[in-house]
Design a protein around this ligand. Structure first.
Ligand SMILES: NC(=O)C1=CN([C@@H]2O[C@H](COP(=O)(O)OP(=O)(O)OC[C@H]3O[C@@H](n4cnc5c(N)ncnc54)[C@H](OP(=O)(O)O)[C@@H]3O)[C@@H](O)[C@H]2O)C=CC1
Ligand SMILES: Nc1nc2c(ncn2[C@@H]2O[C@H](COP(=O)(O)O)[C@@H](O)[C@H]2O)c(=O)[nH]1
Ligand SMILES: [K+]
Length: 487
C-alpha cells in the first residue's frame, strides 16, 4: 500500500482514509480471486468473530458454504463445541440445510423455526424423513396459529435429485415461479434444499472445505484454565483454526497460553492430525506482533477498541485507530512470515476493502452479522415492526457472568467490576439484506470492485497496489448516499 501524498504523523481510522483508483488491466470484477493464504482454507477474506450472540452452528455452516469461516466462542462448553463442529462438518457444501417440520405441528411452531434460516419456507416431512409438502410464510398469512401444518402446506411438490444439474434446476425453478426445491436422494430421503439464490451463489463462491471436503469452522480458546487440554479437545474435534483470544494479547499469560496451544498442535500433528493455523490476539503494535509470532502464532488478531460492542477505549483510554493498527501490524507480521486479521469496527463493505488495503489477510466481523437470520439469538420485533437480534460484548457484565459461572460469588462479583463491553444492544435486520449471505454478497461485491479500481487480481496484489489518501470528515461525508433530499 502507498499513501497518496505524505503519511500523516497521527493514527487513522477507516473513516479517515479513502482509496484512489489506479490504472487497471483487470477488466472484470469476476476476475478477482479473494482466496486467502493464511492457512484457513477460506476463499473469501471474512471471519465471523467468536462472539456468543453471533457465531453458532447455523452461522458457521452458512458462511463456510460461501467461502468464509466462523470461530466458535471460548465460553461454550467443550462438548457443545464438539457437537457443533460435527454438525457443521456433516452439512452438504452445496445443498442448504432445510427447516423441517412434521405435518401435525401447529403453524406457530413452523413460523418460529422459519426465522432461523433465510429460506422463509420449511419442508414438511413424514415420519420416515421423506418430504411430503412445503410451507412458506405466505401460506401462513391469516391462518389460525393452532392450525396443523399439513392443512396449510402445499403438497404439490417440485423436488430435484441429488445429482441434479444446478443451472437446469435454476431455470426450472424460475419457470415454475418457485424459490426453493427439496433435494431428494434415490432412496427418497431429504438431502437438503436448493434455492435460486443459493444456486447463483454456488456459481460465484467456492465453499471453504477441509481435506475431506467438509465445511470449515474455527474455535476460540481463552487464556485461563487448562489451555492445553482445551486445545487438544478442539483439535480432536476437527477445528480448522484455533484462536487464542483475550482483550490484552500482549501479556505474559497469553504468551504462555499460546506456547501450550502450539505444543498441543505439534502433538496433534505428530499423531497424524492436520496442521491447523493458530491465531492469537488482540494486539495493535509491531512489538505485540513480534512477541506473539515468536510464541508460535501464524495469524495475529489486530484491534483494541474498535468493536461495536466495545467500551475499552472509553473505559481505559487504550486502543488504536484501526486502519493504522492494521497497517503497522501487517507490516511487522509480513516481515516475520505471519498474517494479520483485522478485528472489529467494520460497518460497511468499504471498511473490509480498507482493512485489506492496510495489509490484512482477512477481516473479522462481529456485530454487523448479529442482525441476521443466522445469528444464534431469538428474533425480536419493536412496536413499529422492525426485526432485531440482541447482541452483547464478550467483555460485558453479561458475558463475564456467563464465563465465570463455575467461580464463587465473590470472585464473580469482582470480575464483573471490570466490564468493557455492552450487555444489550439491538442489531436490526436490514429488510433488504436480512441474511448473512445477503451481507456477504454486498461486502464481496464492494471488495471485488475495490480490487479492480486498484488493478489487483488477488489479495497479495491489492496489498501492493492500494493507493490510500487521508480525508477530512467532510470528505467522508461527501461519499455517503442521501436517502432523502437535502433541503
Ligand atoms: N478487541 C478488543 O478490543 C477487546 C476484546 N475483548 C474480548 O472479550 C473477550 C474476553 O476477553 P478478556 O476480558 O480478556 O477475558 P479472558 O477471560 O480472556 O481473561 C483475561 C485474563 O487476562 C487478565 N488481564 C490482565 N490485564 C487485562 C486487561 N487489561 N483486560 C482484560 N484482562 C486482563 C485477566 O486477569 P484479571 O481479571 O485478574 O485482571 C484474565 O486473567 C475476548 O473475546 C476478547 O477478544 C475484550 C476487550 C477488548
Ligand atoms: N472491548 C470489547 N471488545 C469486544 C467485546 N466483544 C467483542 N469485542 C471485540 O469486537 C470484535 C468484533 O467487532 P465488531 O465491531 O465487528 O462487533 C471482536 O472480535 C472482539 O475483538 C467486548 O465486550 N468488549
Ligand atoms: K467501540
Amino acid at each position: 500500500m502507498k499513501f497518496l501524498g505524505e503519511r500523516p504523523a497521527y493514527d487513522l481510522t477507516y473513516n479517515d482514509v479513502f482509496m484512489a483508483p489506479s490504472r487497471s488491466s483487470v477488466t472484470s470484477r469476476l476476475d478477482v480471486d479473494l482466496a486467502t493464504s493464511d492457512g484457513t482454507g477460506t476463499t473469501l477474506p471474512l471471519v465471523v468473530a467468536n462472539m456468543t450472540a453471533i457465531s453458532g452452528r447455523r452461522m458457521a455452516e452458512t458462511v463456510a458454504r460461501r467461502g468464509a469461516i466462523a470461530v466458535l466462542p471460548q465460553d461454550i462448553p467443550v462438548q457443545v463445541v464438539r457437537d457443533t463442529i460435527s454438525q457443521v462438518k456433516a452439512c452438504h457444501p452445496v445443498f442448504e440445510t432445510p427447516v423441517t417440520i412434521g405435518p401435525e405441528a401447529p403453524v406457530s411452531s413452523v413460523l418460529a423455526l422459519m426465522n432461523k434460516r433465510a429460506h422463509r419456507a420449511a419442508v414438511v416431512v413424514d415420519d420416515g424423513g421423506g418430504p411430503v409438502g412445503i410451507i412458506t410464510e405466505r401460506h401462513c398469512l391469516e391462518v389460525d396459529r393452532f392450525a396443523e401444518v399439513g392443512q396449510v402446506m402445499t403438497s404439490d411438490l417440485f423436488t430435484v435429485g441429488d445429482d441434479a444439474d444446478l443451472d437446469e434446476t435454476f431455470e426450472k425453478l424460475t419457470s415454475a415461479h418457485l424459490d426453493l426445491a427439496p433435494v431428494v436422494t434415490s432412496e427418497g430421503s431429504l438431502a437438503g434444499v436448493l434455492t435460486r439464490k443459493g444456486i447463483l451463489r454456488s456459481a460465484i463462491y467456492e465453499p471453504a472445505v477441509d481435506a475431506a471436503g467438509h465445511l470449515r469452522i474455527g474455535a476460540a480458546i481463552g487464556i485461563n484454565g487448562d489451555v492445553a487440554a482445551k486445545a487438544k479437545a478442539m483439535l480432536e474435534a476437527r477445528a480448522d483454526v484455533l484462536v487464542v483470544d483475550t482483550a490484552h494479547g500482549h501479556q505474559d499469560k497469553m504468551i504462555d497460553a499460546l506456547r501450550q496451544v502450539c505444543a498441543a498442535r505439534e502433538a496433534h500433528v505428530a499423531a497424524g492430525g492436520a496442521q491447523v493455523p493458530i491465531a492469537a490476539g488482540n494486539v495493535v503494535t509491531a512489538a505485540g506482533v513480534a512477541d506473539l509470532v515468536e510464541a508460535g502464532a501464524d495469524i495475529i488478531k489486530v484491534g483494541v477498541g474498535p468493536g461495536a460492542m466495545c467500551t475499552t477505549r472509553m473505559m481505559t483510554g487504550v486502543g488504536r485507530p484501526q486502519f493504522s493498527a492494521v497497517l503497522e501490524c501487517s507490516g511487522a507480521a509480513t516481515d516475520l512470515g505471519a498474517q494479520v486479521w483485522a478485528d472489529g469496527g467494520v460497518k460497511y463493505p468499504r471498511d473490509v476493502a480498507l482493512a485489506l488495503a492496510a495489509g490484512a489477510g482477512s477481516v473479522m466481523i462481529g456485530s454487523w452479522f448479529a442482525g441476521t437470520w443466522e445469528s444464534p439469538g431469538d428474533l425480536g420485533r419493536t412496536p413499529d415492526g422492525r426485526l432485531y437480534k440482541e447482541s452483547f460484548g464478550m467483555a460485558s457484565a453479561r458475558a463475564v457472568r456467563n464465563r465465570t459461572q463455575g467461580q464463587d460469588a465473590f470472585a464473580r462479583a469482582r470480575s464483573a467490576l471490570f466490564e468493557e463491553g455492552i450487555s444489550a444492544s439491538k442489531m436490526f435486520l436490514d429488510p433488504e439484506r436480512p441474511g448473512v449471505e445477503d451481507l456477504i454478497d454486498s461486502i464481496i461485491a464492494g471488495v471485488r470492485s475495490s480490487f479492480t479500481y486498484a488493478g489487483a487480481r488477488s489479495i497479495a496484489e491489492f496489498h501492493q497496489r492500494a493507493l490510500v489518501g487521508v480525508q477530512s470528515a467532510s470528505g467522508y461525508d461527501e461519499g455517503r448516499p442521501r436517502e432523502t433530499s437535502w433541503s
